[in-house]
Design a protein around this ligand. Structure first.
Ligand SMILES: Cc1ncc(COP(=O)(O)O)c(C=O)c1O
Length: 459
């Protein structure tokens, strides 16, 4: 049995209709190697990694420094428990993260394995801290329309991702949904669609999204635990992007009302939007921040929840008070993954990665600007090295194509045949090159996507 056959026979893939996947005509791409921004399959075909391996990869595949750090750690130990023990790697990583985040002496980092578990920990830390402080009226969370924070039950509960989670609704706790500050489809944006301009630049509004948040907070501020948001970019919602200024306004509203801010930076951290953390664009330091994906450079499953001293302190007490954070994972603070993460953070300094991003982001904007000439491109939005192209049936009304047309999927399949791997979100095309991508590679990614688009939807 070859690999593809074995895959179809034994594996269950995430977010995949397995009936289609296992159908006789479907040939899975079997990735066997990678180097920088390039992936290679078992037939020797090469692809540009146009979505950084589902938004995880940072400095490229097989970066010598991360490879060496993992090998060196492997020569010592791969894993040991962090329950009742520590290792000589995780505390160093925790310190680095807290310093980068601008945390103070009270901050703590709690390690887990994936984004959903980092969010789950953040929710339980916030809820538990309220309970331990005697703030038992504070039981509800607020989160943005379209939010996606992962697939565990708590993470689903603060998400609003419709069809993904609908069957599980009876399992979830209720969360107050607040309108997303996404200008392109905002009902309060009076600006007409304008070709060549990100809808955030032309928006004509009175910050009704901030008003909506204020209203939701005031409608029970003393019953609210925290407001959860993906800062600047709401990934799975369709790469919705927020206007500059929203996070700072939201943080201020929360602070005034004693509501904690939980930032889900699982997608946005580690340079993706041009800064180490998206919240840093607006000088905001949330009370809790969830990190995952790029934390280990995109190498190994590792996530972290950074908590303020105020929240950490709420769990301190005598043993018999049972205030400890009774939550954890077998692989918490895994040394191999932490070694990869430290190496990845060191590369940011050694290669001055953040300084290069404006140039790469400009290359990405230049390479995709011709897409505006396509009649079915409604919006192109970009934050650093995250770029989304939303396809619409009608430009003037912004009417979306029906989901069942699967145009995004078909465009990405066509682009794959010419050497680009990326995944759409419904009919929104996404380019999110690893931070190591050269301007030429970025141009080649845009070119392949354009050809894919023109094959499926001739202009
Ligand atoms: C913003 C955001 N939060 C949470 C998650 C969940 O992370 P994971 O898939 O690692 O559980 C994702 C994954 O795409 C994400 O984009």
């Amino acid at each position: 049995m070859d690999t593809a056959e074995a895959d179809k026979r034994y594996l269950w893939h995430p977010f995949t209709q397995m009936r289609e996947w296992c159908a006789p005509g479907h040939e899975p791409v079997v990735i066997v190697a990678g180097d920088g921004a390039v992936l290679r399959d078992d037939r020797g075909r090469e692809y540009l990694d146009g979505n950084a391996s589902i938004w995880t990869n940072v400095h490229g595949h097989r970066h010598p420094r991360i490879d060496a750090a993992i090998r060196a750690q492997l020569d010592r130990i791969a894993h040991c428990s962090a329950l009742g023990l520590t290792n000589d790697i995780a505390p160093r990583l925790a310190e680095k993260l807290i310093v980068l985040f601008g945390g103070d002496a009270g901050h703590r980092a709690f390690f887990s394995s994936d984004g959903s578990s980092a969010i789950e920990a953040a929710l339980k830390m916030a809820f538990g801290a309220r309970a331990h402080r005697g703030e038992t009226r504070r039981t509800r969370f607020l989160s943005l329309g379209g939010a996606y924070h992962g697939d565990t039950v708590g993470a689903m509960s603060v998400g609003h991702s419709g069809p993904f989670h609908r069957p599980f609704a009876p399992l979830m706790f209720e969360t107050r949904e607040v309108m997303a500050p996404a200008c392109y489809r905002c009902p309060f944006n009076r600006a007409r669609p304008a070709r060549g301009r990100d809808a955030r630049e032309t928006r004509a509004c009175e910050w009704e999204c901030v008003g909506a948040l204020r209203g939701a907070l005031d409608d029970g501020a003393d019953t609210t635990v925290a407001f959860v948001l993906e800062p600047r970019v709401q990934g799975a919602a369709g790469m919705l992007m927020h206007p500059a200024g929203y996070i700072a306004r939201a943080a201020e509203l929360c602070r005034e009302r004693g509501v904690w801010l939980i930032a889900d930076e699982i997608l946005t951290a580690f340079g993706r939007t041009g800064a180490m953390f998206a919240c840093a664009h607006e000088g905001v330091r949330p009370d809790l921040v969830a990190l995952g994906k790029g934390l280990s450079g995109g190498y190994l499953p590792l996530a972290a929840t950074l908590a303020s001293g105020e929240i950490f302190d709420a769990f301190l007490g005598e043993y018999a008070e049972f205030k400890a954070f009774f939550h954890g994972h077998s692989y918490t603070a895994n040394p191999l993954a932490c070694a990869a993460a430290i190496a990845s953070l060191e590369i940011f300094d050694a290669e001055r990665t953040l300084e290069r991003i404006p140039g790469q982001a400009a290359a990405l904007a230049r390479a995709t600007s011709p897409f505006w000439d396509h009649p079915h491109v409604g919006d192109i939005r970009q934050e650093g090295l995250v770029l989304a192209i939303e396809l619409v049936e009608d430009f003037d009304t912004r009417r979306p194509f029906p989901a069942e047309t699967r145009l995004g999927h078909r465009v990405c399949e066509a682009a794959r045949r010419i050497g680009l791997l990326t995944r759409p979100i419904l009919n929104t095309l996404v380019l999110m090159p690893p931070l190591c991508a050269t301007p030429d590679q970025i141009e080649a990614m845009a070119d392949a996507l354009w050809k894919g688009l023109c094959e499926v939807l001739p202009p």
